[in-house]
Write a protein that binds this ligand. Sequence first.
Ligand code: DC
Length: 233
Amino acid sequence: MNQKFYSIAIDGPSGAGKSSLAKKISAAYHFLYLDTGAIYRTVGLAAYRAGIDRQSEEELSSILPGLKIEIRYDDTGLQRMFLNGEDVSEAIRMPEISLCASDVSALPVCRAYLLEMQRRFAREYNVIVDGRDIGTVVLPDADLKIYLTASSEERAKRRLLELEQKGIKTTFDEVLKDIEQRDYQDTHRDIAPLRKAEDAVEVDTSHLDREQSFEALCNLIESRLPVKREETA
Ligand code: DC
């Protein structure tokens, strides 16, 4: 008998709070959380280390067959990324890797290479998947599609805080510039550009704190899916 698995897609620009909210939701509803940006970042890191032209379809194609990209989950349910056996979960978060990820993610060969890896999770588990094209391309039949957004200034503020907490030194202007550049690249690329799926519900978190955003998403989920939140102590 085929078991029905539920899938929730969360798309939106970088820094809108997708990953921290998706993590919290996955714990509250016992869904598996798949951070697809981390997969693109892993390819971006591989391209960076190989020193190739990251906007070249040919050059990226030449290294892809030699890459072993694995997604594993630790005991706490956190996703870890492995590149040829090395845990690169921290390395892929470096600011310089963000743009590399955005570059490689614009190449059709990269998106095709990663598509099946992402879909497999939704066939095998209840999932909450975040990214840019989850509701439009990867999981067009997702049970719930959320488009999470916030102003670029607000997103830069949050990202700066996150980086500071990790001990990564940068400035507000740098982070804002990076966010605006990535927004532009991610929404203007020819293939699978970031856009709201027609049947997605848009949630703007510019004026919501994390708890309010979480509540808004939980209300949406419970109005659409037959799932109940695990009450935390
Ligand atoms: O979510 P993130 O910032 O970690 O994503 C890194 C880059 O990967 C981002 O610039 C766009 C790209 N990306 C994508 O094209 N499609 C996805 N599903 C997820 C991320």
